[in-house]
Design a protein around this ligand. Structure first.
Ligand SMILES: *Cc1c(COP(=O)(O)O)cnc(C)c1O
Length: 414
């Protein structure tokens, strides 16, 4: 029996834990020789495909040259290349690049930047606004700004209080009205997942809504933080989801696809006023955040290779083609009994199952997951929501196999 304690895994259910030895493109190979289609990009990180040769080569080369370097007051070429590469494709206002290791830390950094900005400019603002059903990570600060529920109930005493605006459903005016009201109390910042709330159940909202929220924040001098940890790197059809709303956030969090999904690395980008509030001859105002592996050179080399792939390969064309395939699939799946709310944003496609017990702990999820495992497809439903988010390189045959697995499972459980 393995001594490994797995994340988001109930060891008491004794479910099998497959061991994967190799991956290529959209496919994983297990130690038993099974071929498994990675239809959720290994938890939303793999963009171009597993083991993209250019990323593999970059990692290999960097590992033999410079493996790690203190990043406080020192720098290296791969980090400079990533910062320059980001400057070239991100909105020009986001001029300052702060490195960390994961989406959660990118979010923690964003919160600290926002509060540092308000502290150093003397506004007295510190409250954070969030959207209902949001997910921003699993560290204490990131949990504090995420939806409360079974995920974090035992830790509730550690979580700080935030203001919550409703998720925009049919009545989007309610969201804007609540945001207006909350902004009058002079909060520090609003943080949102642009266009798609991932862990909250692949909930989607219109780009006009995103633009409207950013506009309210701008009028009230509330910092607008975009958590594009999941939505970035083409997932919603554009490089950033914010692009579709014509919004440039004050602070932007990127992680998952930053290295193409190969290495843990994150960045938090900030506009000039936020950097300027920390820049001073006064050492007490420097930005007090670091982790040992900040801007690890090998991870940065992988990110630089990812940026080169975005420059040189038709990534957005692949994304558009995948979206077309998913639309056709959704059309067929939505005709199945008990399937509701078919939706898609970029490469993210989702359906809900009409079941008596919805929510994350819906009894459907483990049953579905077992079905998918048997069918050689890695899908991980969020409660009664089945979604797919494959690597952009997935081919038609594999996409058809994913659809067949979903169809069989839905018909079987109907
Ligand atoms: C996954 C995710 C995070 C957390 O990223 P980790 O790298 O898992 O810490 C934060 N925000 C969003 C929107 C995410 O989807």
């Amino acid at each position: 029996m393995s001594s490994v304690w797995h994340p988001f895994t109930q060891h008491g259910l004794n479910e099998p834990i497959p061991q994967v030895v190799r991956a290529e493109g959209a496919v994983l190979y297990t130690v038993d020789g099974a071929r498994v289609i990675d239809a959720i990009s290994s938890w939303w990180v793999t963009t171009h495909g597993h083991c993209h040769p250019r990323i593999v080569d970059a990692i290999r080369e960097q590992a033999g040259k410079l493996d790690q370097l203190i990043f406080a007051g020192w720098t290296h070429e791969p980090a400079e290349a990533v910062a320059a590469g980001l400057r070239a494709i991100m909105p020009p206002e986001l001029a300052h690049v702060f490195f960390s290791d994961s989406g959660s830390t990118a979010v923690e950094v964003a919160l600290k930047m926002a509060l540092g900005y308000h502290a150093h400019t003397g506004t007295g603002r510190h409250r954070i606004l969030v959207m209902e059903h949001s997910y921003h990570g699993d560290t204490i600060g990131a949990m504090s700004i995420g939806a409360r529920g079974v995920f974090n109930a035992p830790y509730a005493p550690l979580l700080f209080d935030v203001g919550t605006i409703p998720f925009p459903t049919g009545d989007s005016a309610a969201t804007i009205d609540a945001l207006e009201a909350a902004c009058r109390e002079k909060p520090a910042a609003l943080i949102v997942e642009p266009l798609v709330l991932g862990a909250g159940g692949m909930l989607m909202y219109a780009s006009e809504m995103l633009a409207a929220m950013a506009e309210v924040c701008r009028r009230h001098e509330v910092l607008f933080i975009a958590d594009e940890v999941m939505t970035g790197w083409g997932r919603t059809g554009t490089l950033l989801a914010c692009e579709q709303a014509g919004v440039v956030p004050d602070i932007l969090c990127l992680a998952k696809g930053l290295t193409g999904g190969s290495m843990p690395l994150a960045v938090t980008l900030a506009q000039e006023p936020i950097f300027a509030a920390h820049r001073s001859p006064d050492r007490a105002k420097m930005f007090y955040h670091s982790s040992s592996y900040t801007a690890n050179p090998i991870a940065c080399a992988a990110a630089a290779a990812n940026l080169a792939i975005w420059r040189d390969e038709p990534v957005l064309d692949r994304i558009a083609a995948l979206g077309t395939g998913e639309d056709a699939m959704l059309g067929r799946l939505s005709a199945l009994p008990g399937v509701i709310n078919p939706r898609r944003c970029g490469t993210i496609a989702a359906i809900d199952l009409q079941v008596p017990d919805s929510g994350y702990l819906s009894s459907q999820a483990p049953r579905l997951m077992a079905r998918f495992r048997e069918a050689g497809v890695l899908l991980r439903p969020l409660g009664n929501t089945i979604y797919m988010m494959p690597p952009y390189c997935i081919d038609d045959a594999d996409l058809a196999q994913v659809e067949a697995a979903i169809t069989a499972a839905v018909l079987d459980l109907a």
